[in-house]
Design a protein around this ligand. Structure first.
Ligand code: PMP
Length: 288
């Protein structure tokens, strides 16, 4: 596999960064996870825009234009002979001293990895996920905005580990007020009486690209959507629940905290959103 690091495509074994990189030392950097479907990069502009916003939010000035980033992403896919896959784009603050100050980091680093994709097994789409609310709260937006897709994922990793140790594949995370924020790597939706609800960004949710695609689909289908604070109660009594993310796409949730959601099987609206999402990815995208 060829990996892009700071201006060059290198063999995987040679793709290295400095131990003084602040991305490694402090999680000081940002990233994107992007999907390639049948030779087409899905929502590339949206991912690059979110990357630019993340950079702006952490005062990291990126020397690459959107076009340059787009070209590198496409080239990484072509060079690795991929038609379907997952692209990880990472920007770190770059090499600096051991001190916290980013002032010592003068040149940011850019890494692009285009690889095959790890997917949830098909039975999760057929039978749905069982998830659990974990005690670890989503980081407060006043401490670090969850809107920034930063390299600092320890908060989400702690939550994921809590779920894993209890035998669950995914964790539902609440914010410090007790409202639903998101899962560790996916946004959350519920459906009730024909309306779709998802937490607002202010509740601590990432501006998910898949979330936005699902909102577009809901609009096309004429399904009403509400972006409102949700509690665990709202989830427990919902007809349906599903998660969205670049890797997961749209995946049904059939159980939360040991309670069946709806009749405990993947819901009809969820299935419709998944079908529509898959047809959207087949129609839209940036050709390599
Ligand atoms: N929330 C978090 C915390 C994430 O890391 C992600 C991305 N995996 C998402 C939500 C979903 O975002 P997207 O649809 O852009 O992949």
């Amino acid at each position: 596999m060829k990996v892009y690091v700071d201006g060059q495509f290198l063999d995987q074994e040679d793709a290295k960064i400095s131990v003084f990189d602040h991305g490694l030392l402090y999680g000081d950097g940002i990233f994107e996870g992007i999907r390639l479907y049948k030779g087409c990069v899905f929502k590339l502009e949206e991912h690059l825009e979110r990357l630019e916003y993340s950079a702006k939010a952490i005062l990291l000035s990126m020397p690459w234009s959107r076009q340059e980033l787009s070209d590198i992403v496409c080239e990484a896919c072509r060079l690795n002979g991929l038609t379907d896959g997952y692209i990880r784009l990472v920007v770190t603050r770059g090499k600096g001293s051991l001190g916290l100050s980013p002032k010592t980091c003068t040149v940011p680093s850019l890494i692009v990895i285009a690889d095959r994709l790890w997917l949830y097994p098909p039975e999760y789409y057929e039978n749905g996920l069982k998830i659990i609310t974990v005690p670890t709260r989503r980081v407060n937006a006043a401490a670090l905005s969850p809107g920034v897709k930063s390299l600092n994922y320890l908060n989400n990793i702690m939550a994921k580990m809590e779920a894993d140790r209890l035998g669950y594949i995914e964790a539902l995370m609440l914010n410090d007020q007790g409202y639903i924020a998101e899962c560790t790597g996916d946004n959350v939706f519920i459906c009730h009486k024909g309306t779709v609800w998802t937490p607002p960004f202010s509740a601590g949710a990432l501006k998910g690209v898949t979330r936005q695609a699902v909102l577009e689909i809901a609009d096309d289908l004429g399904v009403p959507v509400k972006e409102e604070n949700l509690t665990r109660y709202d989830v427990w009594v919902a007809d349906e629940c599903f998660l969205t993310g670049t890797a997961a796409e749209v995946i049904p949730v059939v159980e939360v905290d040991g309670r069946p959601i709806g009749d405990g099987t993947p819901g009809k609206m969820t299935e419709k959103f998944l079908t529509e999402f898959r047809s959207k990815v087949a129609k839209e995208g940036t050709f390599l």
